[in-house]
Ligand binder design. Structure first.
Ligand SMILES: Cc1cc2nc3c(=O)[nH]c(=O)nc-3n(C[C@H](O)[C@H](O)[C@H](O)COP(=O)(O)OP(=O)(O)OC[C@H]3O[C@@H](n4cnc5c(N)ncnc54)[C@H](O)[C@@H]3O)c2cc1C
Length: 383
């Protein structure tokens, strides 16, 4: 029953599947086209400042899933960490997500929770009965002033689209809290790995049944040497982009360092259109247990992903979804391959969801071979 497995991609998806299948007794080869493991969660120490850097943008681990929390904790020392994001708007600093402090500061008031609720509902545009777009929804929920200050410019910069071109479903719930809770996430568990994310993935991959090869790009020729392939690369890339490219946003990071501290927090969003970047990350604030005299920061710019850029955020608007369907139909015709992860399924996935899905895919495979059954191209439906 021992199988030869190829895994394309040494990020969380590939590493977790590799580990599960190696533990089950299979021979697993993991390849990655980059010169490092950990995919987009890769972190490294900056030589000059000694600061731990989230190389591909800020990553905070948060989840409600106990199995995933236990899993990650078995591969690292997770330090207590709460993500608290600030926003600079019109030369003032506010707390995000919009909470009672933000509302009182923004409107120059001292509202109680009940008063703030009344204030926000009086601001909402009651004439919008059936919001169709993100803009309608935001205007209905919070009104023009908060929408224009916190949502409009940021959305245009992040997605390169007007909020009236985006669906209302993006803003499902009222994006406002009527208390002083400024914890960015609602999840039960949250933390930051003491030594960054790379050693976690190294620990997951550290098994005698796993070999890892970096700087190695997948080619279709090698597929025939394996019983099964788990592919964490871009779905459209696997098919040589034959129907065109699925749309992504990419990010550019402009690094700069300063003596002392720069902004006093890990993440500062810039919501106005007159500032070209979306946020500044000051990496040392992700490790408050460390001491550093100087500081390294990233200015983050978002733009359309070109052919030679790294794909970050899938756009998933109507045009992309019909293109996606063509690739899904192609993928369903393939044998002995399963597409996984954020690129293989063309979805934004947080790390905890990535790990949970990878565990699920590995279980599915183990059950499929036990019953001599087929392994589908997708264990999780990407639509
Ligand atoms: C800016 C940003 C911030 C984020 N912040 C958070 C956060 O705060 N919290 C959170 O939980 N999640 C966050 N995420 C999500 C997190 O990055 C993903 O959950 C995670 O990277 C998904 O892992 P993956 O293995 O599916 O994909 P990746 O990490 O992208 O790994 C895929 C790997 O496949 C390799 N590959 C691709 N094609 C080929 C090929 N043809 N041949 C060989 N190798 C190939 C790539 O080089 C890559 O290493 C964030 C994402 C972004 C973009």
């Amino acid at each position: 029953m021992q199988k030869e497995i190829l895994i394309v991609g040494a990020g969380f998806s590939g590493a977790v599947i590799a580990r599960e299948l190696a533990v089950a007794g299979h021979n697993v080869r993991v390849i990655d086209s980059r010169d490092h493991i950990a995919g987009n969660c890769y972190s490294h120490r900056d030589e000059k400042t000694g600061v731990m850097v989230h190389t591909y943008g800020p990553h905070i681990f948060h989840t409600d899933n106990k199995e995933v929390w236990d899993y990650i904790n078995s591969h690292c020392n997770m330090m207590p960490y709460t993500n608290r994001v600030k926003a600079t708007v019109n030369n003032q600093v506010f707390s995000l997500p919009i909470n009672l402090h933000t509302i009182n500061q923004f409107f120059g008031k001292t509202c109680s929770p009940a008063e703030a609720k009344d204030l926000i509902s009086s601001k909402g545009d009651a004439s919008i009965l059936e919001p169709k777009t993100f803009e309608d929804q935001a205007l209905k929920f919070v009104g023009k002033e908060l929408y224009e200050a916190f949502f409009k410019g940021y959305t245009i910069k992040q997605w390169g689209m007007e909020p009236k071109e985006l669906p209302a479903s993006i803003l499902k719930r009222l994006p406002v809290r009527f208390n002083y809770d400024d914890n960015y996430f609602n999840h039960k568990y949250q933390g930051m790995p003491e030594e960054g994310y790379t050693p976690i993935v190294a620990s997951i991959l550290n098994h005698k049944g796993i070999t890892v090869e970096l700087n190695t790009h997948y080619d279709h020729e090698s597929k025939k040497n394996y019983d099964h392939v788990f592919y964490c690369g871009p779905l459209d890339g696997y098919f040589e982009y034959r129907y065109g490219r699925l749309g992504y946003r990419t990010l550019d990071f402009e690094a700069f360092s300063v003596e002392g501290d720069y902004q006093g927090c890990a993440v500062m969003n810039y919501c106005s259109l007159d500032v070209p970047y979306t946020r500044i990350t000051e990496h040392k604030y992700f490790a408050p247990w460390e001491q550093h005299g100087s500081s390294l920061c990233y200015k983050e710019y978002s733009r359309a992903c070109g052919e030679d850029d790294l794909p970050y955020y899938p756009i998933r608007q109507m045009g992309e979804m019909s293109l996606l369907q063509k690739y899904l139909d192609e993928a369903d015709q393939e044998k002995n391959i399963t597409f996984v992860g954020r690129l293989g399924t063309y979805r934004y996935l947080d790390m905890d969801v990535t790990i949970a899905e990878a565990l699920e895919v590995a279980r599915h495979y183990t059950q499929a071979i036990a019953k001599d059954g087929d392994m589908p191209a997708f264990v999780i439906n990407p639509r």
